[in-house]
Design a protein around this ligand. Structure first.
Ligand code: DOR
Ligand code: ZN
Length: 423
């Protein structure tokens, strides 16, 4: 066995390893030195080896909202953040509800980043995301969509939602549901509870989410069709999903780093950077989500990267748009959870790469011979400040702004090629 490249001086699951790469694929991961005369050696500088992460829920805003983010800045943030593949939601302008929009996104991404990261478009579930009429799902699948979602806006009509789910299933694609009852959440600004009373703001109750989670579970059971539940934020949803999984109902779910590290308390000073939908909840909810990730009740982590411009967030809390920019900070925040003992290194690999790949039928590098050599070398002790200088996303709307985080991607390899280096 010979290699095109050998990576030494790296750690994987607590052990010193050596990685041999050939023709863009993993050739061997070994505990013994793989260096061979004539084969170039790359010094991993003591970094931790992870497969490239997959973010199954991002908003890249192009076409239409390029002032918030565009495919170029969004994919750069993904690359630097450790993501080799992203699923991009359909709430662009025009909405991604026709092949021409899907094709545009794919072409743009390939032109800008021929070596990756890969952009996988998510097609709209309903036309214009209006929740009134099914989008042309067949056309969207044909054009390259990897899933369908009405993310950003719920589908209230149960009969329409059922038909969409059945149709998507016939096309072999999963529906990612934005679980929200729009009447219960109407005009809500933050979580309904102590903080909303204290601030005198209309709240969004947890039941606005859990009610739709229950609907989806019952539908998935009735139809025996898998459904994926987006950005789960509260304990009641976790309990319902746990029940569904015990019964063998085919549902999967995701949550985001901000729900794991923050609570509604952070909104006490009307911080618009922490305004997100679903809203940050309570400590009890946060603990339930962490436990659900460890046990597999919640299957994957996603960022729900939702960039907005500064001027949009610099308004009173009630007027500010929902969303947190997440691609730049997700890895460091995940490593914080690891340092706190909440998640292990294996959990991060499962939650950020292995399971999302399985759910959405994407590449996963398990470091077995023949796997695509998509991986990151992470400097876990590197401290950095979340700032204009360190963020690649145009959206600086993060509640972690100005904070010192620990852990950064040092090198990102896609198909065995070095495509990003932290300077
Ligand atoms: O906070 C959010 N922002 N939640 C959503 O559902 C949509 C997203 C966005 O597109 O900004
Ligand atoms: Zn979203």
């Amino acid at each position: 066995m010979n290699f095109d490249l050998v990576i030494n001086n790296i750690k994987f699951l607590g052990q010193r390893v050596f990685l041999g790469i050939k023709e863009g694929k993993i050739a061997e991961l070994s505990f013994k030195d793989l260096s061979i005369e004539g084969v170039p050696v790359f010094d991993g500088q003591g970094c931790t080896l992870f497969p490239s992460f997959i973010d199954a829920h991002v908003h890249l805003r192009e076409p239409g909202f390029e002032y918030k983010e565009d495919i170029e800045s969004g994919l750069k943030a993904a690359l630097a953040g450790g993501f080799g593949q992203v699923l991009a939601m359909a709430n662009t302008n025009p909405v991604n509800d026709k092949a021409s929009v899907t094709e545009f996104m794919l072409t743009r991404a390939r032109e800008l980043y021929p070596s990756g990261p890969s952009l996988h478009p998510v097609g709209a579930l309903t036309r214009g995301l209006q929740g009134e009429e099914m989008a042309p799902l067949g056309e969207l699948a044909q054009a390259g969509c990897k899933a369908f979602s009405n993310d950003g806006l719920p589908v209230k009509n149960n009969e329409l939602f059922r038909r969409c789910v059945e149709y998507a299933h016939d096309l072999g694609l999963l529906v990612i549901d934005h679980c929200e009852d729009p009447d219960l959440s109407e005009a809500g600004v933050i979580n309904e509870g102590k903080m909303s009373s204290y601030l005198g703001l209309k709240g969004i109750p947890t039941v606005a989410e859990s009610l739709q989670v229950a609907r989806d579970i019952l539908l998935a059971a009735y139809l025996d069709i898998p459904l994926h539940l987006a950005h789960i934020s509260c304990k009641e949803s976790v309990e319902l999903i746990a029940w569904a999984k015990e019964k063998g109902i085919p549902v999967s779910a995701e949550t985001c780093p901000h729900y794991l590290l923050l609570t509604e308390e952070i909104l006490a000073d009307y911080n618009t950077l922490a305004k997100v939908n679903p809203p940050l909840r309570t400590e009890e909810d946060r603990q339930a989500l962490l436990a659900a990730l460890r046990t597999g009740v919640i299957d994957i982590l996603v960022t729900d990267h939702a960039p907005h411009a500064d001027f949009e967030k610099e308004v009173p809390l009630a007027q500010a748009p929902n969303g947190i920019s997440g691609l730049d900070t997700a890895l460091a925040l995940s490593l914080e959870l690891k340092r706190q003992g909440q998640l292990q290194e294996q959990d991060l690999i499962r939650l950020w790469a292995e399971t999302p790949a399985t759910l959405f039928n994407l590449n996963f590098n398990s470091f077995k011979p023949g796997d695509r050599a998509d991986f990151i070398l992470v400097d876990e002790s590197k401290k950095w400040v979340v700032s204009e200088k360190t963020m690649y996303s145009k959206g600086k709307n993060t509640p972690f702004w100005g904070q010192t985080l620990r852990g950064k991607v040092k090198y990102h390899f896609l198909e065995g090629k070095l495509v990003y280096e932290d300077k």
